[in-house]
Design a protein around this ligand. Sequence first.
Ligand SMILES: [Zn+2]
Length: 470
Amino acid sequence: MPPQLTPLHSLHHVRLPSSSSFPSSTWDITFETNGCIKALTPTPTTNDTSSIQDTEPPLVLPALTHPHIHLDKAFIHSDPKYAHLAPTTGTFNEALTSTTTAKRSFEPADLLKRGSWLLAESLANGVTALRAFVEVDATVQHTCLDAALTLKTHWAEACKIQLVCFAQDPVFSGPHGGENRRLIESALLRDGVDVLGSTPYVESDAESAKRNIEWAVQTALAHDKHLDFHLDYTLDPGREPLVWTVLDALRRWGWTGKSTQKRVMLGHCTRLTLFGEDEWARLAKEIAEDELPVSFVGLPTSDLYMAAPPAGGGKNGGMATPRGTLQVPRLVREYGLDAVVGVNNVGNAFTPWAAADPLGLACLGVGVYQAGTRADAELLYECVSTRARAAIGIEEGGGAGVTVGVGDYADLLLVYARDDTGCDVVARPRNSVAEVVWDPPSKINRDVIRQGRLMLSPWVSKQDGVYEFV
Ligand SMILES: [Zn+2]
């Protein structure tokens, strides 16, 4: 069941992010009836604060975002129906095969149940907008899409779901290529589909992969949809990177930031980690000079799990097991590219580990990218929040960086310091974005506001003096 939402008039005595670890002042935030922020004012010192309990003021941040998450194959491992499909080798090919087998058993009730798990956990973590992938092909036809459209409607009050009609299977090779393509094209005609997704690397040869890219660009443009590629998912230096083919197709079809509001996302792209400085510079130059609305999404939990070099690791029995994943902060800072990070898969053979928590992902980024400064943490927070929203073309939520401002949609995450240890000690507050990223708070310490309406979780306190309801 989607959560209950209660309209708010304002927040009182809250902290806003500051470059300082210990912001001294607190603020009041007032909401418009349309769900935007009307005013931000310092909490008056002369106010009667007798209603405010002796607790740390919560830190208010922009809400979180999933820029890339698979809705239909989430939590396959949590359903006994699929217990026989648990990984035995952990390889990518096994994941593709076992997931295709699981897909033959997908049915509406099962899809709605697992999809609701994903949405409920995401919301509890602070996610109020997501780009959700559902597969459309000869195996599932429109079954996953039907369930996703139902979920999109049921959960619309609580979160913005941008739906991707996703070709995980080949559309120009294999026995079902043509049928897969026709099913995708008919899915794009349905109300509620926002994005065309495709996976050129699953085609049987490079020529088919390039046809896939050409078709996807042309088709997304013709249907006025965003476009999202799973691209260049290899660490084999012998495989030709297809990112150049994508940029070339965008140029030839005139897909620029001036010609359309629709955007193009490139996911995984682990092959690009083998690029030298010259290739990165060329990539950044082409995207900037031709005004291509291209963003990159790093998917580190999946990449760390299975993006290994083709030899499979160390030589002569050694245990060196290098991994490759897009170095997102360096893309942003050194090359001026737009890049974000996404959870991708949860609870399935592609990624059996980790949670549907963007903050956990930002935390992982500190280690993976060796990004330990406070500024790094703030950039990582952007990558799972405001920057992610902009990258997928969602206006709702607004704002930039890690701040909230007047006129932004009031999609907010409030980080509390409620004792979740049971040890009856004063809970340790998180006073800055960096502390939130370095050690993400538990769900009990995350209150979520969607367009000025508070989600009533079991641990929300209406008596702590923070919330003033309409
Ligand atoms: Zn994916």
